[in-house]
Design a protein around this ligand. Structure first.
Ligand SMILES: C[S@@+](CC[C@H](N)C(=O)[O-])C[C@H]1O[C@@H](n2cnc3c(N)ncnc32)[C@H](O)[C@@H]1O
Length: 320
């Protein structure tokens, strides 16, 4: 029997854990980098705005924290326009094994300094946190065994209670997001330029009554059992992460952000099918992929949390 936070960390990140043994996230759930090149293209547009605001330094970073299988980092390295590619350094930060990815350097540690854009794409939801529940009117930590059976643990401590009072005052059960706030602040502190977290999450006033801790295995949502057999994840209290840093910030939905960065689901003119069927087919497929990224009930409902630490202020970076 362990505290949920320890059990979660152990299941994903200890020796032989779900991610450390090399499970590719793409084998278990669909994320936006797998849809097609559109997310990488949009992030290159964002990187260009950041780079411009920094005065086009001799080396510009794209650092992908929690890079998983490296699909996003690989696409950014491959699709970068040549003028940028000459100065671009793409780094994948990942606790799991490094991959052979052209144009991408792999590391387990956050770099000391990032000059450019740091991205955490579905990283924070995989950062373990305390799980608490209300019993007789008081918040308690929850314990769990390897089969996933939960037991009431000790009273939540002062740090968890402070966080809950500020960020999750109601509800019957919650994930205490202070570990995500700290992980995010630690990453952003290293950045000259901008830092972006993209994740599913919730905001004050609309927290889920029973939290969102769950498991994913082979494309299916499963019970959260901390035995290393599945990913364990919970939505991110993104407004709490935003407040962890006193910086210019934009907190907007993915659909709005992607539109501002040039992603469009507009179908090609039907006349194109007669004059250039191959171009019509390619444009129709691209519009379909964009629709998936912009869908407010799906990936378009993800949150984009963007901070600027130097150069162009964050809200301007995602202005259309
Ligand atoms: C949900 S997956 C997302 C993968 C990828 N970014 C995507 O969107 O497809 C989360 C990834 O973050 C990694 N991760 C979690 N904490 C990390 C840390 N402190 N440093 C580096 N990688 C971490 C996990 O190993 C896992 O591969």
């Amino acid at each position: 029997m362990r505290d949920w936070q320890d059990a979660w960390w152990n299941a994903l990140y200890s020796d032989g854990g779900f991610f450390t043994r090399g499970e590719r996230p793409s084998g278990h759930f669909r994320t936006a980098p797998l849809v097609g090149p559109e997310l990488a293209e949009a992030l290159l547009c964002l990187l260009d705005r950041v780079d411009h605001g920094l005065g086009r330094p001799s080396t510009v970073d794209f650092t992908d924290v929690g890079a998983g299988g490296g699909e996003l980092a690989e696409a950014v390295a491959r699709l970068a326009p040549s003028a940028l590619a000459r100065r671009l350094r793409v780094t994948a930060v990942e606790l799991g094994p490094g991959r052979e990815t052209p144009g991408v350097q792999w590391t387990r540690e956050l770099p000391g300094e990032v000059v450019g854009l740091l991205v955490g794409h579905e990283w924070l939801d995989a950062v373990p946190c305390p799980v608490v529940t209300v019993h007789n009117g008081l918040w308690h930590r929850l314990l769990v065994d390897e089969e996933g059976t939960e037991h009431l643990g000790p009273l939540a401590g002062p740090a968890e209670l402070d966080w809950l009072r500020r960020w999750w005052p109601g509800g019957a059960r919650a994930e205490v997001g202070s570990t995500r706030d700290a992980a995010w602040a630690e990453a952003v502190r290293r950045v000259r330029g901008a830092a972006l977290a993209v994740d599913y999450g919730h905001l004050a006033g609309a927290r889920p009554e029973h939290g969102t801790l769950t498991g994913y295995r082979a494309g299916r949502q499963v019970a959260p059992v901390p035995d290393g057999s599945c990913d364990l994840t919970a939505h991110v209290a993104v407004d709490a992460c935003a407040a962890a840093l006193d910086l210019p910030t934009a907190l907007i939905g993915q659909a709005e952000a992607l539109r501002a960065l040039g992603v469009s689901a507009t179908a090609p003119p039907s006349g194109l099918a007669a004059t250039d069927p191959a171009a019509w087919l390619a444009a129709t497929a691209a519009a379909g992929r964009a629709r998936e990224l912009l869908d407010p009930a799906g990936l378009g409902g993800f949150h984009w949390l963007l901070h600027s630490t130097e150069g162009t202020p964050a809200p301007e970076l995602v202005r259309a």
